[in-house]
Write a new protein. Sequence first.
Length: 439
Amino acid sequence: MSQTLQQMRLGLFIQAAGHHASGWRYPGAQSGSENIALIRNLTLAAERACLDMVFFGDKLVTSGKDHPSMIVRFEPLTLLGSLAAVTERIGLAATASTTYNEPYTVARQFGTLDHLSGGRAAWNVVTTGYDSAANFSRASHPKHDQRYAIAEEFVDVVRGLWDSFEDDAYVRNAETGVYLDVNKMHRLDHQGEHFDVAGPLNLTRSPQGHPVLIQAGSSGPGMALAARIAEVVFTAQQALDTAQDFYRELKREVVAQGRDPHHCLVMPGIMPIIGATPVEAQARFEQLQQWTDLDAALVLVSDRLGQDLSGFDLDQPLPDLPLPENMKSRAKLLLDMSHRDGLTLRQLCHLAAGARGHKILVGTPEQVADEMIAWFEGEAADGFNLMPSHFPEGLELFIDGVLPILRKRGLFRHAYEGRTLRDHLGLPRPAHRRWAGEP
Ligand SMILES: Cc1cc2nc3c(=O)[nH]c(=O)nc-3n(C[C@H](O)[C@H](O)[C@H](O)COP(=O)(O)O)c2cc1C
């Protein structure tokens, strides 16, 4: 059993052209990262299925060679604002970069979303691996260690700003004429290495106290940040044993930080490819794989490995390459996968075009459920971030086929019990820092 939970946590990672680079070509697939009707319908389907949250990633540069789901995309906070209005229970999570934002803006955006949604907001804290300097009037993209140093301070400032008001500051007493008790409003007066922020934030404490904090980098500094602040950790893991190692190491670091390991949930991404029979599932997978655009996949792998691979022989395995400055953990994962399984560069490109290094589970609903349960019970995951190859079918097959099996085994909820994302995830509402004994 997961160290943490009786039941799995499940999120839906929405990339509206599908997670498989060729998903949009699958017969019957609907697609379009700007197709709000599709995005809304997927979110509503996830809510009917009582999933914990929907998640939207973000990237701040684009090129015509990107994954079809990533060439264009809506700004995620604005998108979640619109989804908050048509949903009631499901968590709403989005990426915001600590390298190309200001803490005050991010605190305000996620605080607002938490108010708008009645306590369903989550922030995926990323340091942004891709060099995005050219879009932000910056001379250069900060290095990996520096990005994480900035992120550490950034998150502390945001958390401090979310505590600008004590919970009971909103008095609105018509008789006494006290609207807001300004004695319960606090400046932050933060002066740090990277940020000077006075505060207070012009927003009262939100329903969750703090929106849920997610972290998605798995390098050393990424795990250190996660261990200190993350309540959910997204990660790409290929094999049960390495996923178990990651899970144990992270939970150990969480405990070393004086935190409860139950309050840091590990959710690897998985791409389920489901068929009524093993043969049908495999045929679906092969159909998707056949459409792989090798040139685009080579760009994707080059991107992740931080160097142009077009000079390498496609039919040979890659040699030992140095890890790039950016995206360290994903590069390591792809190289490990290629060496462990003896993949040629061509095979690696095909697999990376599939799920970008996340685990692909091909099989019947029973087989997919069994594998998920093995990870959950084997202390490799507290839940999963679902990454369907194509929409809406990939999601429907999971909801109709796999969820009933998990429910029958008592491993997934039949109905929401609480109202906030913290309720769904089993996370406590953070006390205001004045009452938690912090300065
Ligand atoms: C499920 C998942 C979602 C991610 N979403 C984003 C994202 O939206 N934007 C982004 O820049 N990076 C995203 N990342 C990448 C990581 O945040 C991180 O930048 C990357 O893994 C490199 O950091 P590392 O060297 O610490 O691993 C995501 C990673 C995972 C596993």
